[in-house]
Each structure stands twice: as structure tokens, then as C-alpha cells.
Design a protein around this ligand. Structure first.
Ligand code: CP
Length: 326
């Protein structure tokens, strides 16, 4: 393809996700991201109807395969699938043959023998979704892989910001917390920088990945600097389960230096949004008064997760083209 036709392609509105899987935000174009966000707006309307159901995925089977605990992601995928009229299955790893030593590939291939159309996978290993996409015919949707990506979380975060602020470009978005272990951070950096936001990341020096600046963000350990004039503050959980050593003296010390308090909030813009992907450690990365306060959109994020996941499922199944063919 020559440069001129590439430029023309980029200018044309993206009307379909022409890909088998959703593995990460890294591989999505700005147009594809905007298509998901626009489609999620229509899906959100479905959730306001007396009968919250459309036939878009009737006859499709979706398997939710979660190797790590989840409250928000697993539940909202299941609700999204049901609102689209798909047949859904939840695999309980603890009572499956995984406990007898069956590998991820064997588990997925055996599930595939029963002809599902999509597999929603959460796994502790970074790259598990890319691996399954190579061995499976089904569409693979990444619901969080190790410390790599959590694409639908970043999409619902962007949807929630755009809903309030009407734009992402030019906003100062401060992401504060355990940067090193966060797949939410990686997906959000890819997405927010692609859509033109001014992204700051902040945490203890031991929890800032060495190469983070090459992704186009400003990194600091001075929380006041990160929060100053911020339009959005996103707190990330301290992931003790992924830490092998001590990255800071104590949780009490972490809250004293980095915790989001009402006093620190005063440094941000008057219409700041407070976000957290959950689950929260109250009194560690965020004070309860802030989590439950007037600037918090944390439960809006959860509500929007259903609409965004409906959009992803619908678009990967072929969107309007699939519905016309049915
Ligand atoms: N945000 C998020 O992934 O939450 P869960 O672990 O509860 O799914």
C-alpha cells in the first residue's frame, strides 16, 4: 500500500472491527477504539429499556474462562453476553480438570470441540491470550493476562471519561499506584496516548517500570506534581499478590506519601474525576472519603463495563454485517 492510500484509509471512519480477537489495546487503531466507544453508547441505551435484551448474538456461544479471581469483569461479561442473547458458560476452574494438571491449550481445545464462538480468558500469565489465539478457532477476548493488558478495562475507562468530559484529547490524566504490576496501566497508556490525552504516571520509584517514558507518558514520584491541575485521577491497587519483595516500607507509609486524600484532591481541577478499576484497598491507595465522595465515578466505571463489553462482543461477532447476514 502506498503512503497516499494509507493516509486516505486513516482518514476514513472505521465501521467494523475486522479482527478475530481482542488481545490488547496496543494493536488497535484510534479509529477502532472510537468505533468501540461509539458502539458502547448504543449498547448503554439497551440497558435502560424495560426488557434489557437484543437478539444480536442469538445462536452464538461464549465461554468465560477465568483462571484468576474476578468480580467486575466476569460478571459484566456474563451480563453483556446475556443482553446480546448469546448462550454463555462459566467455567469454574477450581472444579474443572485444570486442578488435575490439564494445560491451558488442552482445556481450550477440549472446550472448542463443543463449538463455542468466543472464549473470554483471564489468566495469570502475560501472553496467555496471544497463545490461545494461535491455537483456537474461536475469537479470544482478553479479560486480563498477567501484567500485560486488560483491554476492556481501558475501553470502559475511556468511555467513562468521554461521557463526562466529551473528549480525551488534551486532558491531563494522572495514574497513581502500583505501575509495575498493572495490566490496567499498560492498556490505559496505549489507549489514552493514542487518543491524545496528556498521561502522567506516579508511584514509588521501585514501582515505576524502567522503560515507561518510551510510551509517551510523564513519570514522577511526586504525587502533588502528578495531581496538579489533573482532569482525571486514576488510582491503581497495590498488588501484594504479585510482589515477591518489599517495594516500600509499609502500607501505612504508602498511604502517607501516595494515598489519595481530600487534601491532595484540592490540587486537581475543580471538576476532577476520581477513578479506580477495583478492587480498592481503602486506606492504602485511596481514602474512603475520596472513594465515596462527589468526584468519584468508580461505580459508573462498573456500570459502563457492561455496555463496553457488549460493544466488543457485538463487533467481534461481525457487528451490523453479521446481523444482516443472519
Ligand atoms: N477491574 C477488574 O478487573 O476487576 P475484577 O478483578 O473484579 O474483574
Amino acid at each position: 500500500m502506498n503512503t497516499t492510500s494509507q493516509e486516505l484509509d486513516q482518514k476514513q471512519a472505521v465501521t467494523a472491527l475486522r479482527r478475530k480477537d481482542l488481545l490488547g489495546i496496543a494493536e488497535l487503531s484510534p479509529g477502532e477504539i472510537e468505533l468501540v466507544l461509539d458502539t458502547a453508547e448504543a449498547m448503554k441505551e439497551v440497558g435502560t429499556r424495560p426488557i434489557k435484551k437484543v437478539p444480536a448474538l442469538r445462536g452464538k456461544t461464549v465461554v468465560n474462562l477465568f483462571y484468576e479471581p474476578s468480580t467486575r469483569t466476569r460478571t459484566s461479561f456474563e451480563i453483556a453476553e446475556k443482553r446480546l442473547s448469546a448462550d454463555t458458560l462459566n467455567i469454574a476452574i477450581g472444579t474443572s480438570s485444570v486442578v488435575k494438571g490439564e494445560t491451558l491449550a488442552d482445556t481450550a481445545l477440549n472446550l472448542e470441540a463443543m463449538s463455542p464462538d468466543m472464549i473470554v480468558l483471564r489468566h495469570a500469565s502475560s501472553g496467555a491470550c496471544h497463545f490461545l489465539s494461535r491455537v483456537c478457532r474461536s475469537a479470544i477476548i482478553n479479560a486480563g493476562d498477567g501484567m500485560h493488558e486488560h483491554p476492556t478495562q481501558a475501553l470502559l475507562d475511556a468511555f467513562t471519561i468521554r461521557e463526562r468530559k466529551k473528549r480525551l484529547a488534551g486532558l491531563k490524566i494522572a495514574i497513581i499506584g502500583d505501575l509495575l504490576h498493572s495490566r490496567v496501566l499498560r492498556s490505559n497508556i496505549h489507549l489514552l496516548t493514542k487518543l491524545g490525552a496528556n498521561v502522567w504516571v506516579c508511584g514509588p520509584p521501585t514501582l515505576i517500570p524502567a522503560d515507561i517514558r518510551r510510551f509517551g507518558v510523564t513519570a514522577t514520584s511526586a504525587v502533588e506534581e502528578a495531581v496538579h491541575d489533573a482532569d482525571v485521577i486514576m488510582l491503581l491497587r497495590i498488588q501484594l499478590e504479585r510482589m515477591e519483595g518489599a517495594y516500600f516500607p509499609s502500607l501505612r507509609e504508602y498511604f502517607r506519601v501516595f494515598g489519595m486524600t481530600e487534601a491532595r484532591l484540592q490540587l486537581a481541577r475543580p471538576d476532577v474525576m476520581i477513578m479506580h478499576p477495583g478492587p480498592m484497598n481503602r486506606g492504602v491507595e485511596i481514602a474512603s472519603e475520596v472513594a465515596d465522595g462527589p468526584y468519584s465515578v468508580i461505580l459508573d466505571q462498573v456500570a459502563n463495563g457492561v455496555a463496553v463489553r457488549m460493544a466488543v462482543l457485538y463487533l467481534l461477532a461481525g457487528g451490523a454485517e453479521h446481523e444482516e447476514a443472519a
